[in-house]
Design a protein around this ligand. Structure first.
Ligand code: MRU
Length: 370
C-alpha cells in the first residue's frame, strides 16, 4: 500500500539477499523508521517487542527468521533451536507456528549447505502468497459490502457505508493489503462511499496509531473513537457492519482477536449489526474446536496498561515520543492481549477462498475437507 505515493510492503529481503528489512511499528504514526534484521534472535525480538505485529506478518517474519538462523548455523540443532526461539516469541497467532513448520519441514530433509537458500525462497513465497490471499479477501469482502450498502433503505443510500473495525488488521499487520482493511481499500478504490469508525484499541492503540495512519495514507475517510463508544454508535444506527481480523480461528469458527473484539461482537449481536471476520487460510487452526478453552491467550506486560506512549504536543519537548504513567504509583495492571469471540456471534468469515458460515460445516465445505 502507499505511504506518500510510494508503494510499500511491511517486510522485504534487503539487497544483500541475506538480511531482512521491516518497518518499526512501535514508532508509527509519528516516525517512519525501517530496521534491518540480520540474526534470528533479532527476528524473535522484533516479534516479541511488536516492532512487527499482526498474525500474518509475524508468520512471515518467523519464516525469514529461520533463514537468518540457517545462514549462521544450518545444523539440525541450529534449526531446532531457532524454531523454538521464534515459536516462543508470541503464543496466540497460529500463523507463526504455521509458517515456521512450513519452512522447517521443507529444509529438514535437505543437505545443510542448501538449507538457508531454500528457507529464503520459501519465506519469499509465503510473503507473496500472503499478499495474494489478502487481496482475494478484499475482493470477497468488497462484494459483500456492496450488497449490504445496496440493501440499506433508500433514504440512506446517499450516506456513507459505515464500517467499524478494531485493532489493526490492515497492511501493516500483513505483508500488503491487510485482512479486515482489504475490503475497505477495495471498496474505497471502487468508488463506494465508505467511512470507517476506528476503535483506538487500548492498551497499545493499534487502531489510533496504525489503522488511522494507514487509512489516512490511502485517503479513506475515518474517525477514531474510544473503545467504549462502539456500542453507543451501533444503538444509534451509525454502524452498517463490523469487520475485524483474527489471530487464530478454530475449525468450529471461534475467533481469537485483539482483546475487546468480543465486546464489539456482543454489541453488534444486540443491535443486529453484521459482524464479519476476515482471515487468510493460514489463520485457521484445524486442530482446535473450542476457542475459549483451547487458544493460548498472550498476557503482556502490565506496563502497557498502566502507561501510554505518544508524541508531546507542545513545550520544549514538542515532537518527542514519550511514555506517560496513567495510574497511581505501584498500581497493579493485567493485560490479556486477545479474547475469543464464539462463532455464534460471527455473521460470516471472509477468507481468501470466499465467504463461509462460522461453523465446522461452513469451513469444511469451503475448504473441501471431509
Ligand atoms: O497484538 P497485535 O497487534 O499483533 O494484534 C493484531 C491483531 O489482533 C490483528 O487484528 C490480527 O492479527 C489480525 S490481522 C491481520
Amino acid at each position: 500500500m502507499n505511504i506518500d505515493g510510494q508503494a510499500w510492503r511491511t517486510i522485504w529481503l534487503e539487497s544483500d539477499q541475506r538480511s531482512v528489512g521491516v518497518i518499526d511499528q512501535t514508532l508509527l504514526p509519528h516516525r517512519l523508521i525501517t530496521r534491518t534484521l540480520t540474526r534470528c534472535d533479532q527476528a524473535a525480538d522484533a516479534i516479541s517487542t511488536m516492532l512487527v505485529r499482526g498474525a500474518p506478518l509475524i508468520g512471515v517474519t518467523g519464516a525469514y527468521g529461520l533463514m537468518l538462523a540457517l545462514q549462521d548455523d544450518a545444523s539440525d540443532a541450529g534449526l531446532s533451536h531457532a524454531f523454538d526461539q521464534l515459536n516462543a516469541s508470541r503464543p496466540t497467532a497460529v500463523n507463526l507456528r504455521w509458517a515456521l513448520e512450513r519452512v522447517r519441514d521443507l529444509v529438514q530433509p535437505l543437505p545443510e549447505a542448501d538449507r538457508a537458500a531454500a528457507a529464503r525462497r520459501e519465506a519469499a513465497l509465503i510473503a507473496d502468497e500472503d499478499v495474494a490471499m489478502c487481496e482475494a479477501i478484499g475482493e470477497h469482502g468488497l462484494n459483500l459490502f456492496r450488497r449490504l450498502a445496496e440493501q440499506r433503505p433508500s433514504a440512506r443510500q446517499n450516506e456513507p457505508f459505515q464500517v467499524l473495525t478494531h485493532c489493526n488488521a490492515g497492511w501493516l499487520a500483513t505483508v500488503d493489503w491487510g485482512t479486515a482493511l482489504a475490503p475497505i481499500y477495495k471498496a474505497h478504490r471502487a468508488g463506494l462511499n465508505i467511512h470507517v469508525w476506528v476503535d483506538e484499541t487500548r492498551p497499545r492503540n493499534q487502531g489510533a496509531s496504525l489503522t488511522a495512519y494507514e487509512l489516512a495514507r490511502e485517503g479513506v475517510p475515518h474517525t477514531v473513537i474510544v473503545d467504549n463508544a462502539g456500542g453507543h454508535l451501533m444503538q444509534h444506527g451509525q454502524v452498517d457492519a463490523v469487520i475485524v481480523g483474527t489471530d487464530r480461528t478454530t475449525r468450529c469458527g471461534d475467533v481469537c482477536n485483539k482483546v475487546g473484539t468480543y465486546l464489539k461482537a456482543l454489541a453488534a449481536h444486540d443491535n443486529n449489526v453484521p459482524f464479519y471476520v476476515a482471515l487468510p487460510t493460514s489463520t485457521i487452526d484445524w486442530r482446535l474446536a473450542d476457542g475459549v478453552a483451547e487458544i493460548p491467550i498472550e498476557a503482556r506486560s502490565a506496563e502497557e496498561v498502566t502507561s501510554m506512549q505518544g508524541r508531546v504536543i507542545a513545550g520544549e519537548s514538542a515532537g518527542e515520543i514519550v511514555s506517560v504513567q496513567l495510574t497511581p504509583d505501584g498500581c497493579a495492571g493485567f493485560n490479556p492481549a486477545f479474547d475469543v469471540t464464539p462463532a455464534r456471534l460471527v455473521t460470516a468469515l471472509i477468507t481468501d477462498r470466499g465467504v463461509a458460515t462460522a461453523n465446522e460445516v461452513g469451513l469444511k465445505e469451503l475448504y473441501n475437507r471431509g
